[in-house]
Design a protein around this ligand. Structure first.
Ligand code: NAP
Length: 240
């Protein structure tokens, strides 16, 4: 059976993507780092709608954690494989570069960039052997445009965009597509301290986006219908 894994599926955009992929018929593996309660809530919502879900706790920025948990899942599910991977787990630690601590730089690179590498590399072999896969990386407007106060985050997201384009070409002959989705301001815990009233004036459609709007786009890219789209970065930002 084909499974979908969503990193950072406990909250925000990741939760909406879990629900969407479940609605499309995939059993969903909900990854989270520490917020088990939120991950349980995502699972509950999937099950209420008649879907199937499992929690998979690991820290995407820890190579040991990623390899241990994913290897164990593969051992326990020899007939199944993860065909849909959504690299969504992310953090930001904003500050101007002149004040940025090593830790703030490293944490953001480790989670947003190295996490993408550790998880994707672990799952690629199965997708290649089975000759089917969908990899969707949640990046950001910040990685396309660069945003002040986010040199660490912009660098990590821009790097994932480069890797998306390179990997797409490595695996396209095996019917694996690799794309990135770049949201602008979306209403989640990550943006809850931002001043929406002021910031929405920068957005042509004059509002923040909803996680479900991002999930619809991810759902399309994860579907069979999107087999001819690969190596792309699709923006979803209200016209910014
Ligand atoms: P969020 O509400 O803060 O949720 C973050 C999710 O990532 C949580 O599920 C969290 O798990 C998980 N996570 C964080 N670090 C992790 C780690 N080391 N290992 C495993 N899971 C980890 O964030 P969001 O707004 O939904 O953002 C989702 C993605 O969209 C991120 O990549 C973000 O950069 C990107 N994005 C967001 C916006 C926006 O406006 N919201 C805009 C552009 C791009 P726990 O619940 O266990 O903490």
């Amino acid at each position: 059976m084909k499974y979908a894994l969503v990193t950072g599926g406990s909250r925000g955009i990741g939760r909406a993507i879990c629900l969407k992929l479940s609605e499309m018929g995939y059993p969903v593996l909900i990854n989270y780092q520490s917020n088990k309660e939120a991950a349980e809530e995502t699972k509950r919502q999937i099950e209420v709608n008649g879907g199937k879900a499992e929690l998979l706790a690991f820290n995407v920025s820890s190579i040991e954690d990623v390899d241990n948990v994913l290897s164990k899942w593969m051992e326990n599910n020899p007939e199944d494989y993860i065909a849909i991977l959504i690299n969504n787990a992310g953090i930001r630690k904003d500050t101007m570069m002149v004040f940025m601590k090593n830790q703030q730089w490293e944490d953001v690179i480790n989670t947003n960039l190295n996490g993408f590498f550790y998880v994707t590399r672990r799952l690629l072999k199965d997708m290649i052997t089975k000759r089917y896969g969908r990899i969707i990386n949640i990046v950001s407007l910040s990685g396309l445009k660069g945003l002040p106060g986010q040199t660490n985050y912009s660098a990590a997201k821009a790097a994932v965009i480069g890797a998306t384009k390179a990997l797409a070409q490595e695996v396209s002959s095996r019917k694996i597509t690799v794309n990135a989705v770049a949201p602008g301001f979306i209403i989640t815990d990550m943006t809850k301290e931002l001043d929406e009233k002021t910031l929405k004036n920068l957005i042509p459609v004059r509002r923040f986006g909803q996680p479900e709007e991002v999930a619809e786009l991810v759902g399309f890219l994860a579907s069979d219908k999107a087999g001819y789209i690969t190596g792309e970065v699709v923006s979803i930002n209200g016209g910014m």
